[in-house]
Design a protein. Structure first.
Length: 389
């Protein structure tokens, strides 16, 4: 066998290696930690009083500022009561309004001797609820998947840490977004698939199919981004990034990278579906030929593609449902809508990602057929005759 099935000990060693790598990445500095101005501290704060006298409301939009008194709930200044301003920008997606009893994330600006100079109530404190949700997700995943679920959880954490600690700093430093993203996507694809499937024929077939599907999306993103004249400024906060001292960034290439990166999760899912079905078939019927395993993989791929092609459509349209509602509410014709640059950008994401999703099925089926079949049709016929005798 080219890749014998990993036993539990080797499986655990692989998981331990990636757990160690994840820990090392967490401890590595990103290189952007020192960009904060002056010493600061973050902690929770309980809202004791609220002064809304400087807050004005224009229709549904609030402007001005709130003044809130907070009791600090953690850190070296725990128990201290500070006054903080909550600036309102007149943008509902960014503004927050505090009430008595709320818990806020407070950012304290400190002097050289550690005294509090200024306090800002940045937003409602949500980290505890987010950690609770993450814990519930981890419990469900492990309870249902057992050892495989634990490895899937590890791959989830590894991917999140790698994106934050490797991809984002590399993009900010001006490295080529497409090459960096393609390399990291290949790494994450390998880690996630081999952690779940082990270093086996099934894992290798899934990896090859997924990577070829992602590469297909990358090539198409290159071609059609230029054809549709889509630029990277359509992405949220892209202008903010440029004005923050990163005017050297190529936003269009970052957009291209985002197209195939966004589709890579669904691509891995489909590749594993096809590879797992071929692996199970080859394990139970070891006398199957390459042609038969290929045909079975293509059959499974067609069935899965039938539902998976709408995955990206639902994901992207769900994120822009209010935009679609605004267009319909104003009676804007579809011809105008689909000609807008930011709508064209989402259409490109959806269709190019879906194209790679469809392509991954035959790629994985072909890789699985080449890796699994071990007998020629002649040998299979001899075995069948022998069995009948």
């Amino acid at each position: 066998m080219l890749f014998p099935k990993a036993d539990r000990k080797r499986d655990m060693c692989l998981a331990l290696a990636f757990l160690t790598l994840t820990t090392v990445m967490l401890l590595l500095p990103s290189g952007f930690e020192g960009r904060q101005q002056g010493p600061s501290e973050r902690c929770r704060g309980e809202v004791l009083t609220v002064d809304n006298s400087h807050m004005q409301q224009f229709g549904i939009v609030k402007a001005g500022f709130q003044t809130v008194d907070l009791r600090l709930l953690g850190g070296p200044h725990a128990g201290a009561i500070v006054e903080a301003h909550n600036e309102l920008l007149g943008k509902m997606d960014m503004d927050k309004v505090f009430q008595v009893g709320d818990t806020a994330l407070v950012v304290l600006s400190l002097s050289e001797d550690g005294a509090i100079v200024r306090a800002v109530a940045q937003d409602h404190y949500r980290l505890d609820t987010e950690l609770l949700l993450l814990g519930l997700f981890a419990l469900l995943l492990v309870a249902f998947g057992g050892w495989t679920g634990l490895k899937a959880l590890l791959s989830f954490v590894f991917a999140a840490v790698a994106i934050w600690k490797l991809l984002i700093p590399a993009l900010l430093l001006g490295h080529d977004p497409v090459l960096v993203s393609l390399g990291l996507t290949a790494l994450l694809t390998a880690v996630i698939i081999f952690l779940v499937a082990g270093i086996t024929r099934m894992g290798l077939a899934a990896f090859l199919g997924a990577f070829l599907g992602i590469a297909t999306s990358c090539v198409l993103a290159f071609l059609f981004t230029a054809k549709l004249k889509v630029h990277g400024a359509v992405m949220p906060f892209s202008e903010t990034l440029l004005y923050s001292g990163f005017g050297h960034l190529n936003l269009t290439r970052i957009y291209i990278a985002a197209v195939f990166l966004a589709a890579s999760g669904a691509v891995m899912d489909l590749a594993m579906d096809v590879a797992a079905s071929q692996n199970e078939l080859a394990r139970r019927r070891p006398n199957l030929t390459r042609r038969e395993i290929l045909a079975s993989g293509l059959t499974v791929g067609r069935a899965v593609v039938g539902t998976m092609t709408t995955t990206l459509l639902f994901a992207y349209s769900g994120g822009y449902i209010t935009l679609l509602m605004a267009f319909m509410a104003q009676g804007i014709p579809l011809e105008n809508i689909f000609n807008l640059v930011f709508v064209s950008a989402e259409v490109l994401k959806t269709l190019v990602g879906s194209f790679g999703l469809v392509a991954v099925a035959p790629f994985t089926a072909l890789a699985g057929a080449l890796l699994h079949a071990r007998q020629t049709p002649h040998l299979r016929s001899v075995e069948v005759v022998s069995h009948n005798i």
